[in-house]
Design a protein around this ligand. Structure first.
Ligand code: SF4
Length: 285
């Protein structure tokens, strides 16, 4: 086992344990887009399953979105070679996106929504209770910053998420893994990667700029990315200003009377009653 594989396995195993992502009897649909992240996720989940005392199923699903030039021959060959149960599902979302999105605009938002719909539908039809996505640490922190800067919300990609219809749980086992390690691992393993620019969508400039910003800050302080990840899991509700998370309006009810140091504490009730019985006001003592 290479050093990089060991490192990635360690972080993936830790994330799975921290968020209790996989349990006995789970049927996990592993979304393999053909990119480096999803290949890495599938390989690591497979290795972890071999060491685990839990019984769970892994099934790789690839969505062929009918992008021009799509060729999954090598991907299928790789999946067969390693003995992964898999299916390539053909759904033409490309035509829909081309039809709906005006020239010059990025397709990604609609494309991802359509893709998610097909994946969830497949999971429902085939009895998978978990859907594993290959987002990694850098995706999570970039999403956090993008959301703060461009949407006015503090949110990211959670490691474990109940879908809106409550039929599935989405898991992100690579949540702690660094993209740089995944790139190195993908090279080491020679995954047959399918290029992600077949759709011809413009590069997501906002994400690219946020990525660059984090990388620039990390040049001065390499802990910046890991600090950002820690921040997602270390929220101080009282130090923000969301009234749904913290009851600022009724804080007065939480006040505790201040006792000046050196001033005697109040008399016990029965003593007070004795004093008042002889006509001495307690304030005078
Ligand atoms: S890059 Fe292309 S395939 Fe990927 S999400 Fe964007 S539009 Fe879809």
């Amino acid at each position: 086992m290479s050093r990089i594989e060991k490192k990635l396995l360690h972080y993936t195993g830790r994330a799975i344990a921290d968020y209790n992502m996989i349990q006995n009897g789970d049927r996990v649909l592993v979304c393999v887009s053909g990119g480096k992240d999803s290949f890495t996720m599938l390989r690591l989940l497979h290795l972890l399953r071999m060491r685990s005392n839990k019984q769970f199923d892994l099934f790789a699903l690839t969505l062929d979105q009918a992008q021009p030039g799509w060729d999954d021959t090598e991907l299928k060959g790789w999946l067969d070679r390693y003995g992964y149960a898999h299916e390539v599902l053909h759904r033409d979302t490309y035509s829909v996106v081309i039809d709906k999105i005006p020239d010059g605009k990025t397709y990604c938002s609609l494309c991802s929504r359509l893709r998610r719909g097909h994946i969830y539908r497949y999971a429902k039809d085939h009895g998978f209770n978990k859907v594993a996505l290959g987002h990694h640490r850098d995706d999570l922190i970039e999403s956090l910053l993008m959301s703060i800067l461009y949407s006015g919300e503090i949110r990211s990609m959670p490691p474990k998420l109940l879908t809106n219809d409550k039929h599935h749980i989405v898991i992100r086992p690579l949540a702690y893994c660094q993209e740089a390690d995944i790139i190195a691992y993908a090279g080491e393993q020679a995954f047959p990667i399918i290029p992600c620019n077949l759709c011809g969508s413009q590069k997501n400039m906002t994400r690219a700029r946020v990525k660059e910003l984090i990388a620039t800050l990390a040049q001065d302080n390499p802990k910046v990315p890991s600090n950002m990840l820690n921040a997602i899991g270390n929220v101080r509700q009282s130090q923000l200003m969301d009234e749904n998370l913290w009851n600022y309006k009724d804080l007065e009810k939480e006040l505790v009377p201040y006792q000046k140091p050196g001033v005697e504490t109040r008399q016990a009730p029965e003593k007070q009653s004795k004093l008042s019985a002889i006509g001495v006001k307690s304030e005078a003592i």
